[in-house]
Design a protein around this ligand. Sequence first.
Ligand SMILES: Nc1nc2c(c(=O)[nH]1)N[C@H]1C(S)=C(S)[C@@H](COP(=O)(O)OP(=O)(O)OC[C@H]3O[C@@H](n4cnc5c(N)ncnc54)[C@H](O)[C@@H]3O)O[C@H]1N2
Ligand code: MOO
Length: 405
Amino acid sequence: MANDLLAVEEARARIIAALTPTAAETVALADGAGRVLARGVVARLTQPPADVSAMDGYAVRAADAPEGAVLRMAGAAPAGRPFAGRVGPGEAVRIFTGGFVPDGADAILLQEDASPSDGAVRVNETVQAGRWIRRRGLDFAEGTQVLPARRKLTARDIGLAAASNNPWLAVHRRPRVGILATGDEIALPGDPIPPGGIVSSNAHALAALVRAAGGEPVVLPIAPDDTAAIADVAAGAHAFDLLVTTGGASVGDHDLIQQALGGEGFELGFWKIAMRPGKPLIWGRLGRTPVLGLPGNPVSALVCGVVFLIPAIARLSGLEGAPTPTRRVLTAVPLAQNDRRADHLRAALSVDAQGRMLVTPAPVQDSSMLATLARADALVMRAPFAPALPAGAEVEAIILAELGV
Ligand SMILES: Nc1nc2c(c(=O)[nH]1)N[C@H]1C(S)=C(S)[C@@H](COP(=O)(O)OP(=O)(O)OC[C@H]3O[C@@H](n4cnc5c(N)ncnc54)[C@H](O)[C@@H]3O)O[C@H]1N2
Ligand code: MOO
């Protein structure tokens, strides 16, 4: 069957292709977690800087240390205070974990395998050459790249950058995302609600999603359904790496986003996609600022946020902007045949007796129902025209908690 609406994957690919990562900025190491490297991190030292002991014990010459040998104590090499001399034949030097192995020694006699006595130490277990020595450069060598550009920094990466003596990191600036909610009928939570009005939830929810994805949200004043007012707010769009609008995306007389931005020189990329919820999605450009126009229905706005805005922020942050990851799970209930729009069913996750993950879509999937979305653990993906499936069949699902939304 024909599908005249743009496919979800094609829409995502077009959005990603139109975005370029933000410029680099320098941040202190402590602020680097979760940021994306704009330049690789190069080790500023060799680690370990010398051969070091991996254990507390005695630095010895293995040839002199068969079981039963008694070695003369020539000194000590605690971590941070290397032994200045040389371990001669028949000698041992007290050493602790991390201490530099003194010249002449080629192995460590483990403390547990030794009996120290007045100025000497007895070997209770034959020592193998090279045993318990961490070689210079075992971890990394000065001048080598330890972390590549375009890597999203984990706590482990921060540890490595610190260990390689890098106090500063070059990362992409957090993308600044302007969020513009429109509508005559909407009021901010806590404000008086006009007759026939509703409380705006989209800007708050999207701001939280932007932050979870690593962006910096800027919530703009709500614009009434009036082209001049929308144009006014949008005129400041050049301050953003991405402008996200919500509401006014569809075909109603008051669905004014395209009309209002048109006066400001908006260039449409595409409008309307084969997706439920989220059909009236708008993509385009206002001057140099990319614009993502999300539908007003709260669930549609957030599901489009998951499918398009998270990858867009990833791309702006310096990553690839790959599709939202999915997992293969089993449907706990039969699923009906799908129509021409890729569906994203709000569903609960559970685990069966065999440890398999099951999804149970909510019985009512209306795109106004935020409580259902908030309760859901997953979005079950149904491709356009997907056939009916029996309970127990495999399906793909986006796991919301894994995205931090
Ligand atoms: N004749 C047609 N009507 C509609 C179509 C269509 O194809 N033909 N598409 C429907 C679909 S699908 C969607 S999704 C909505 C999207 O409409 P808009 O983006 O134009 O959104 P609005 O009309 O402004 O609002 C829709 C709905 O969402 C509520 N809303 C709006 N802003 C907020 C906000 N900030 N916070 C919470 N809720 C908000 C608004 O009150 C409306 O109830 O259009 C269908 N119609
Ligand atoms: O796509 Mo609308 O988002 O079905 O409600």
